[in-house]
Design a protein around this ligand. Structure first.
Ligand code: PGA
Length: 264
C-alpha cells in the first residue's frame, strides 16, 4: 500500500479511531482497478473464444425465485464442461435489472422482463402463480373459491423490487379486489414459514413450493382462475455478442430443459 501511495502521491487510506477508510483518491483507484480486472477478464474470454475453447467464465444472474431450479443445471453443465467457471448471482428483480442495465452478466433469468427495454427474451419453462395457505385454513378444503373472497384475507408480500410482488399487486388491481397486506418479508422461504405459522395467505410462484414442498404444513388453495399461467424468461441485452461459453450454456439449456420442468 505504501508503494502504491508513493506512486500516486496522495494518501489512499485514512484511519479514524480503529477503522480504516478509503480516501476519495483511494476510492477512485479501487474503481480503476475493478474496471481493469473486468477488461482483463473480457480479454481473456475473447482469447479463449478465438481459440474456440469451451472454457472461461460464465456469468448468470437469476431472480430469487428461480434459485429453486436454475442451480439444478449447474452440476451436469460443469461436469460436461470442467473448464468453465460459473458464477450465478441470485438477486431480486430490481437488482437484476440494475445488473442487466450495466451489462454485467452473460444471461439473465426472470419472471417479468421489463417492457420497452432493448432486450431479447425467450420463455424457458412455466412459472404458475398459486395461492398458498396453512393446511389448517378453512379455505384449504374448499373448491372453486371466488377470487373476491381473497379480499377478506390478509396476505404476506415479498419486498419492494420483487417480481412476484409486482405480479400479485397487478393481479389484485386488475380484479378490483383490495389487497390487505399483513407483512412484507424478504424471501420466499420466510413467507412460507410465516404462512405455515398462520400469519396469512400468500401468492407465490409454484417453483417455490415444488422444490422443497411445504412439509405438509402448506396447502395450495383452489381459487377460481388459478394457477395463473406465466413463464420464466431467459433474457439478454439485444445485440449482445455472446461468448462461446455463453452460447454453449444456451445450447445445453435447450437440450436439458427437461431437468427444469419438474420445478414448474
Ligand atoms: P422475484 O422474481 O424472485 O424478484 O420475486 C420472481 C419473478 O420475476 O417472477
Amino acid at each position: 500500500v505504501r508503494m502504491l501511495q508513493d506512486e500516486v502521491g496522495l494518501p489512499l487510506l485514512e484511519q479514524i479511531g480503529k477503522r480504516i477508510y478509503l480516501t476519495d483518491v483511494g476510492g477512485d483507484l479501487l474503481a480503476v482497478c475493478t474496471d481493469w480486472l473486468e477488461t482483463w477478464a473480457r480479454f481473456e474470454q475473447q482469447v479463449a473464444d478465438r481459440k474456440g475453447l469451451k472454457q472461461g467464465r460464465l456469468r448468470i444472474a437469476v431472480v430469487t425465485t428461480s434459485e429453486y431450479f436454475m442451480p439444478r443445471l449447474l452440476g451436469p453443465f460443469c461436469a460436461r464442461y470442467p473448464g468453465v467457471d460459473v458464477s450465478m448471482e441470485v438477486v431480486n428483480r430490481d437488482r437484476l435489472l440494475e445488473r442487466l442495465s450495466r451489462n454485467e452478466d452473460d444471461l439473465y433469468v426472470m419472471g417479468v422482463p421489463p417492457e420497452d427495454w432493448e432486450i431479447h427474451s425467450e420463455p424457458l419453462i412455466e412459472n404458475p402463480l398459486v395461492v398458498v395457505g396453512p393446511a389448517s385454513h378453512p379455505l384449504a378444503g374448499r373448491r372453486q373459491i371466488p377470487f373476491a373472497e381473497l379480499g377478506g384475507e390478509v396476505f404476506l408480500l415479498r419486498e419492494q423490487g420483487s417480481g412476484t410482488r409486482i405480479a400479485v399487486e397487478r393481479l389484485f388491481r386488475e380484479r378490483g379486489t383490495p389487497l390487505r397486506v399483513k407483512m412484507e418479508l424478504g424471501s420466499n422461504e420466510a413467507i412460507k414459514q410465516a404462512v405455515a405459522g398462520g400469519l396469512g395467505l400468500a401468492i407465490l410462484s409454484r417453483s417455490a413450493l415444488t422444490a422443497s414442498g411445504g412439509g405438509g404444513e402448506l396447502a395450495e388453495l383452489n381459487v377460481r382462475g388459478f394457477p395463473i399461467r406465466r413463464h420464466w424468461y431467459l433474457v439478454r441485452p439485444k445485440g449482445k455478442q455472446l461468448s462461446v461459453v455463453a452460447q454453449t450454456f444456451l445450447g445445453f439449456l435447450q437440450d436439458h430443459i427437461g431437468l427444469l420442468e419438474p420445478y414448474a
